[in-house]
Design a protein around this ligand. Structure first.
Ligand SMILES: [Zn+2]
Length: 89
């Protein structure tokens, strides 16, 4: 099984079995984003690596957002709990 990679995948290749988290460097707000919802907004062909440029912190509107992208096979160890967060729909 080949998993989608942040650098090469489009939104059509991922769903909410992947973890896509955003962390604001300015106010330290963190949230899990729904890749399925992003796909509805941005379209199937939108490159995953470009999503970050579209994001703003929902609290302070900063663009200093750091992304964590994890494939389902990375649901192990100390990041496993990240997958338990419901996506922000
Ligand atoms: Zn913020």
């Amino acid at each position: 099984m080949e998993y989608a990679k942040l650098e090469t995948a489009a939104l059509a290749h991922v769903d909410d079995t992947y973890y896509y988290g955003a962390y604001c460097r300015k106010c330290k707000h963190a949230a899990r984003l729904s890749l399925e919802k992003l796909r509805e907004h941005l379209g199937d062909g939108f490159p995953l690596r470009k999503v970050r440029e579209r994001l703003r912190c929902e609290h302070c509107r900063s663009r200093q957002v750091v992304i964590t992208f994890l494939a389902p096979n990375q649901r192990t160890g100390n990041v496993a709990n990240l997958f338990d967060q419901p996506p922000n729909r």
